[in-house]
Design a binder for this molecule. Sequence first.
Ligand SMILES: Cc1cc2nc3c(=O)[nH]c(=O)nc-3n(C[C@H](O)[C@H](O)[C@H](O)COP(=O)(O)OP(=O)(O)OC[C@H]3O[C@@H](n4cnc5c(N)ncnc54)[C@H](O)[C@@H]3O)c2cc1C
Length: 491
Amino acid sequence: MKENYDVIVIGSGLSGLITALTLQKKGKKVLVLEKGKLPGGVATSFMRGRFTFDVGFFGLLKYGSIENKGELYELWQRLNIDFKINMKKSLPIVFFQGNEKQEYSFPSKMDDFVLKMEEYVPNSKDSIISFFGLCEDIKEALGELENKEITEQEIQLKYPNFVQLASQKVLPVLEKLNMPKKAMELLTSVWVYFGTSIKDLSFVSFALWWDSYVHYGLSYPQQTYYDITATLQKELETLGGKVLLLEPVTEIVVVENQVTQVKTNKDTYDVNEVIASVSPAYVYEKLIPSIPEEVRQLENERLLGLSPFCIYLGLNISKEELKLPETFFLLPNTKHDETFKSLEKINNEVLLGRTYNNDENTTVLELMGFFKPDCFAKAVSKENYFAMKNMLAEHYLSLLEQEKNIEIRKYIEEMDIATPVTFARYTNSPGGTIFGYLQKGYDNILSRIMNENAENIIKGLHFCGSFSSFASDTSNTMLNGEYEANKLGKE
Ligand SMILES: Cc1cc2nc3c(=O)[nH]c(=O)nc-3n(C[C@H](O)[C@H](O)[C@H](O)COP(=O)(O)OP(=O)(O)OC[C@H]3O[C@@H](n4cnc5c(N)ncnc54)[C@H](O)[C@@H]3O)c2cc1C
């Protein structure tokens, strides 16, 4: 006989699994419906020949260490999965091309970071210290706002800096701190990766990212990504929750503005609470036959983040011999504006890379290029897809070989490519985008947190994951899973 559930979670990506696990721990009976054949969504692993590739993130923020626990560390402890995952720190290196051919490293401890910046940009020290001070204020104020344990008046009294900065964009704040131009360029250069021009980005979002970076650095697991998601699934099932794979949701039935059922090709479930870890655009367009006009308006106002082009290479050379860092950015220059504009072109020169040992003598090299979401769709058709895919892979490989003066092609033993089309098909994300909605202008972390109840228009329909409130990157996606589950648990 078909069982009844208190909550159905759509999608078993990291956010869906963490939402489900948190709710199950709170005594709710939870079912996760997943369209794919493995749990994990984009955070997954695949094998080719003697290589194992991990997809879905290059590094995690907010982890830290046992001595200095970040929010992600604490989340994994609450979920009882921390002891099953070993994390390693990574120091990203930024390479600039062209005239500014230079290499920069960004230490992940605040004091070391300040010293390093002073070395790169003399007289930047005071402004960088003040910048990190503001970042800490913002982090604290936002934490209290999220917990909803403080009124707006109390926030105004306790965090005057936050109130002043809440509506400001990045550059005017850095200028007010008298930060030297070069230091501003270095701090803002890697931000192209998040898809928002620094001119449109709220200072709050920028500050939260840097605050996390200089407190906890960037980490990645030593197990495969599949191990992590399988651990989450197992923990959920041990507590009585259920995950059904290869069971895509085909409809969410809404009667008089209240969720009443969830349908798949195999079954219909009576349920009043659904948490979708997929994009609202997809849910409203494909899963709910008729939606209120205000939902449509809200959706139309949001903009999509970047879409990736990924190359997975199994190289027959050791990591030491390859001589590439564990995580690196290759950027055309230090000018954020120019680099950001270049993302409108399909063959731009922005590349993110990661290397890890496959075994002693072989290495995995993962490369990721980015475009604005409509850029790939405009340039690529059914007819030229194969040719464009090869052209882009050639382009990125040549770029890296030339810039770093190394040979990669001659060591390739295995190779796979994932385009925005791959990600769109795999996760149903519009345009294959991977960081949810852009934080742009007034649609930023702060406004999303302040307005989240007003945005709950259909009763019983909630969202978690990269498309909801403060999420986008992997760590926030996971933390957001718990946040959304706690909200529902309270209701
Ligand atoms: C190549 C790549 C590199 C990245 N790099 C980084 C990085 O370096 N740092 C970082 O922090 N983040 C990174 N990210 C982003 C990060 O991986 C995501 O933010 C996060 O994993 C998203 O998790 P999610 O659970 O929200 O969504 P997803 O993982 O997309 O999960 C959604 C799930 O829903 C399922 N689904 C869809 N439709 C249905 C349906 N109708 N019925 C049932 N199930 C359905 C999908 O199959 C999928 O399993 C990267 C992402 C990619 C793809």
